[in-house]
Ligand binder design. Structure first.
Ligand code: LRH
Ligand code: MN
Ligand code: MN
Length: 427
């Protein structure tokens, strides 16, 4: 199944007049506030969010999994799914692979398929949190931090193999998330575990190609419930500082303890030039991996306020960071859910671009707390959806991405092609 440009254009024709009225109205309102919509549109068009290969099928919890239909059965079909998303929104131009859930053995044909769909390969992810068939040593008690040097070596070698796969595909980064930690007090020596992990990461770092980066992802807890070796941004930053300039911190929104001020973490990491990028999702309780923006849209906006400030300060565009969705879908169609997530990201980004930074700086200087809050909330409460739609339309995407997905009965088509009882590989 492929979505053709003429199908998008025909669909857009039916929505254009209504959309255009809304867009022109918003543009005029913004102009009154001194905001140039053309600049916002340019920034939105440039923003690309990677899709993880493991989010294309129905997820599940430890209590069960309720399969969807027509899920991708192979890496090729996962790439085709991301191609569908990108055709619809023109903002999902890359895929992130997880090894060994994905084994890109035929790199040349995988690359040509991705290129035909205008897709690139984002960071490759290693997996030392599960045992694989035929594996010599178990990761039950850790991987890069393990007390046994043989286990550490196996985990290091796996990461180096992942880099090789990524190199063949044109990826430029390795993402490392470790579940290493302990479940009970007394089980682990914190310092020993840190040092073992550092030594292992140093070996992986030494194997990075010249133009590569390693992203160090932290997570407060789960699957270990007493301690985690890389539990927070501070630990992650410490590892990165010790490793060197090719290592940066990866923030996953679901990986914090309740009420953490993530926007402040982002500001600090950007101040240090050590923010690698994001795994976007949303949550109410823990690492819920829900649709981006579905629970705490204001927090997402506040994070983008800091991201925009950090990018401006660093003189970098959004392509200087790795943006990815790391969500799981239990009850929604995964592709529709991903379309919602990308839209939520673009909305938060657009709102953050509307913030009057000069006025905000002045209000802060004068300790005008009320005005500072008003400036932020004025941007947050602006309905920027016509701007987001216009940016997608200008890039060749659909004015209503989920509307067209449903109009073309994409899931039905995929079911006819792939069958009813499909189980996507991965999580
Ligand atoms: C861990 C995590 C990490 C993994 C992915 C599958 O919770 O966020 O990024 O690679 O989930
Ligand atoms: Mn993640
Ligand atoms: Mn996670």
């Amino acid at each position: 199944m492929k979505i053709e440009q003429y199908q998008i254009d025909q669909y857009n024709d039916t929505l254009f007049s209504r959309h255009n009225n809304q867009f022109i109205f918003l543009k005029e309102q913004l102009a009154e506030q001194g905001i140039n919509s053309a600049e916002v549109l340019k920034a939105l068009e440039a923003f690309q969010v990677a899709i993880p290969s493991w989010a294309l099928g129905t997820g599940g919890t430890r209590f069960g999994r309720f399969s969807g239909v027509g899920e991708p059965r192979s890496l090729e079909e996962k790439i085709e799914d991301v191609g569908l998303l990108h055709a619809l929104n023109r903002s999902s131009g890359s895929i992130s692979l997880h090894i060994p859930w994905d084994i890109p053995e035929q790199a040349a044909s995988i690359i040509s398929l991705a290129t035909s769909l205008d897709l690139k390969f984002d960071a490759v992810n290693s997996n030392t949190f599960q045992d694989q068939k035929g594996q010599e040593h178990s990761y039950k008690f850790g991987s890069l931090s393990h007390v046994d040097a043989h286990v550490r070596k196996q985990a290091v070698e796996h990461n180096i193999e992942v880099i090789k796969y990524g190199k063949d595909l044109g990826s430029k980064a390795l993402s490392v998330w470790l579940s290493d930690g302990s479940c009970f007090p007394g089980q682990s020596n914190f310092v020993r575990a840190f040092q073992n992990t550092l030594e292992s990461l140093q070996e992986i770092y030494a194997a990075l190609p010249e133009d590569w980066k390693v992203f160090v992802e932290y997570k407060a807890y789960e699957p270990n419930f007493y301690s985690t070796v890389i539990q927070d941004w501070g630990s992650s930053l410490l590892f990165c500082q010790k490793l060197g300039p090719k290592a940066d911190v990866l923030v996953d929104l679901g990986h914090h303890l309740p009420n953490a001020n993530i926007e402040q973490i982002v500001a600090t990491l950007m101040m240090e030039g050590r923010l690698a990028g994001f795994h976007f999702n949303d949550s109410k309780y823990g690492d819920d991996d829900l649709t981006v923006g579905s629970i705490r849209p204001y927090m997402l906006f506040l994070i983008f306020v800091e991201l925009v400030e950090g990018m401006n300060r660093a003189g970098k565009g959004s392509d200087g960071y790795a943006w990815m969705i790391d969500a799981s879908h239990n009850v929604k169609d995964p592709l529709e859910d991903l379309l919602q997530s990308v839209e939520a990201i673009l909305i938060a980004y657009a709102q953050a671009l509307l913030v009057d930074r000069k006025k905000l700086a002045l209000a802060r200087q004068q300790n005008d707390v009320v005005l500072a809050q008003q400036i932020l909330q004025n941007a947050f409460r602006t309905d920027v959806r016509p701007l987001v739609r216009e940016s997608i339309r200008l890039s060749g995407g659909a004015l209503d991405t989920i509307g067209l997905f449903r109009h073309l009965k994409v899931r039905n088509e995929l079911m006819n092609e792939r069958g009813k009882l499909t189980v996507a590989t991965g999580l």
